[in-house]
Ligand binder design. Structure first.
Ligand SMILES: Nc1ncnc2c1ncn2[C@@H]1O[C@H](COP(=O)(O)OP(=O)(O)OP(=O)(O)O)[C@@H](O)[C@H]1O
Ligand SMILES: [Mg+2]
Length: 295
């Protein structure tokens, strides 16, 4: 049995954790890849659900609404987007959509992220809105579009950790390399986590990481953390058809086990000490300027 002093210590610990949580900003995890169709949205959503299962408060920021995949995977279409915030018709709280899995979704199209360059009034509305909601979350997971656009880079550079999804195809490997090159040039401290997806075996994924990491270390002086691999699994495709996250629809599938390990590894990795952590919106604005200096 616990002694009273131990119980008190435990209670103090809980308060300490709670107060640290309130004092810190959410950790931003951006999921990107360079190449399209490699599984970013699937992994981002399901990772969000796994974090939720670990009692973390998660906001999914959909920076790729044009393709509408997030709706398909979650089986729910958003009513409003950030555009409704800007024209003053909705508050950010009204735009955020609560999904039955327990995660929240903020629909923000790639186009709307041009708002990072918008006028003072809009900037103020956005900054105030983000300040209001950001302490409601432990994690903000940003799902990006394919390619290395200004928006994608801004979202990557503004993150605490970047998950790079890669598949074992030459085009995916060269696109991830290109992405690492730009990110490491502008933010050498940013933790980059490689997650091989759709691999035949975990060994293949590990090997893919080993090979690419040797190359990035040699030519870019950049280390890629191994985030764990997710195998090619019919359960992922079937869950999409049923419009449910695969970790909920097929909790005993290989892909779910694999992603649980990815989640575990990601949580273990320390985020960079962003001088720390300013309002997410301000952060993105600063990074937007950094991206603008890229030639
Ligand atoms: N581990 C997996 N096993 C089987 N199929 C998978 C797996 N991961 C992804 N897929 C398939 O790949 C397709 C593309 O996934 P997803 O939409 O998440 O990719 P994306 O990188 O977000 O694409 P885009 O660049 O278009 O946004 C899914 O519809 C699914 O059929
Ligand atoms: Mg996608």
């Amino acid at each position: 049995m616990l002694k009273a002093s131990q119980t008190l210590e435990a209670a103090v610990d809980v308060v300490r954790v709670e107060s640290t949580r309130q004092a810190t900003m959410p950790e931003i995890i951006t999921v990107t890849s360079g190449k399209g169709g490699v599984g970013k949205t699937n992994l981002a959503v399901n990772l969000g659900v796994l974090l939720r299962q670990r009692k973390q408060r998660v906001l999914m920021m959909d920076a790729d609404l044009h393709l509408g995949k997030l709706d398909i995977i979650l089986g729910a279409s958003p009513q409003y987007t950030l555009a409704d915030l800007v024209d003053g018709s909705r508050t950010i709280e009204e735009i955020i959509m609560s999904h039955p899995s327990g995660i929240d979704v903020l629909p923000a199209t790639s186009g709307e992220l041009n708002l990072l360059d918008a006028d003072q009034r809009i900037m103020k509305v956005m900054a105030e809105s983000f300040s209001r909601i950001q302490n409601n979350y432990d994690y903000i997971i940003v799902d990006t579009a394919a390619g290395i656009s200004t928006t994608v880079l801004t979202m990557a550079l503004g993150a605490d950790k970047v998950i790079l999804v890669i598949t074992p195809e030459p085009a995916s490997i060269s696109d991830v390399y290109a992405m690492v090159k730009v990110i490491s040039h502008k933010s050498p401290e940013l933790p980059l986590i490689l997650v091989p997806n759709r691999v035949k075996s975990l060994d293949d994924g590990l090997e893919l990481h080993k090979k690419l990491n040797l190359i990035t270390q040699k030519f870019l002086h950049t280390n890629l953390h191994y985030g764990g691999s997710v195998v090619e699994d019919g359960a992922v495709r079937q869950a999409i058809v049923r419009q449910r996250p695969f970790v909920l629809e097929f909790p005993k599938s290989q892909a779910t086990y694999n992603l649980q390990l990815v989640c575990h590894r990601m949580l273990k990795l320390q985020p960079t000490q962003f001088s720390k952590r300013s309002n997410i919106f301000d952060r993105l604005r600063v990074k937007r300027k950094v991206v603008a200096t890229l030639s």
